[in-house]
Write a protein that binds this ligand. Sequence first.
Ligand SMILES: Cc1ncc(COP(=O)(O)O)c(C=O)c1O
Length: 368
Amino acid sequence: MTGIEQLPVRDELRGKTPYGAPQLDVPVRLNTNENPYPLPEELVQRIAERVSEAARTLNRYPDRDAVELRSALASYLTRTTGFEVSRDQVWAANGSNEIIQQLLQTFGGPGRTAIGFEPSYSMHGLIARGTGTGWLSGPRRADFTIDTEAAVRAIAQQRPSVVFVCSPNNPTGTAVERETVLALYEAAQAAGPSMVMVDEAYGEFSHRPSLLPLIEGRPNLVVTRTMSKAFGAAGLRLGYLAADPAVVDAVQLVRLPYHLSAVTQATALAALEHTDTLLGYVARLKDERDRLVRELLALGLEVTESDANFVQFGRFDDAHATWQALLEHGVLVRDNGVPGRLRVTAGTPEENDAFLDAVRAVTKETTR
Ligand SMILES: Cc1ncc(COP(=O)(O)O)c(C=O)c1O
């Protein structure tokens, strides 16, 4: 049998492993930052209507420019951030991962580098690698915030073409201060000019306002968002960006024609009609996230302040052993490889209770 090592794959892919959060069949799955609430029945009905309408013209390619969807996304951003966004500032793709890929294909690539401040979302580095972009790992403080001075220094010295700022940051939950983003943007313009990508996949869960208004007057700043988390539609695969219209024009150079299917566009439009209900679930999840923080602290654990729908907690002498022990209690959380820490996604109140019971049992076992 042929193994991958026998194939003439690109040198930089040799010996690497693909992204792979375990998809295990356990009673409580709190490992991939999904929204635990299924879509409400009236939205499911509306999706069925919109998709049947789209099915009548599936013999044709979809709207290549996704005009109606981009208008609806622009209205959503305007309404929820108070910052006026127009359709020509918005671009959509199959998940924000595809948006990030298109951005790296456009602004990174062979001979160029991208920097992220780690631990952060591992796909930034993986997509960089997939697009032939060199990856640079920038520093974070021990409390997982970005050390602005150290980050500015790293940008000045390494002159990356792309700077990733994940806020709230996955896996730590840490939000990034507006002033830090502004300092990194200035450093990136002085060193490059380079693009700054603010990944706001968890923006709706934050205690703080969106960083979106920073795109005003900053053509090299992009904010990426997703319907996978707040909209509870991870299965839909719909991500988007907001930036200067020139950025939207630039990604047209690399996007595949008709990349966003008519079914995806119809489903996303239906979901956007139900924004208020879906944001109601976000409010519940924020309360549950805060409860998880309180209860984990009360158990004597160290908890990283979270602006997202998940919580990083520890410290464990052997985080992987704790991950395994929780799994044996029927609860799947995430071991992101951050020493001594694990990450739990805020689930339904019942799922969170089951998680907290499992943590109590496991910490009792290990301290006995
Ligand atoms: C920080 C961050 N960005 C982007 C994504 C990708 O989301 P999607 O491709 O589902 O839009 C994720 C998913 O977990 C994430 O954590």
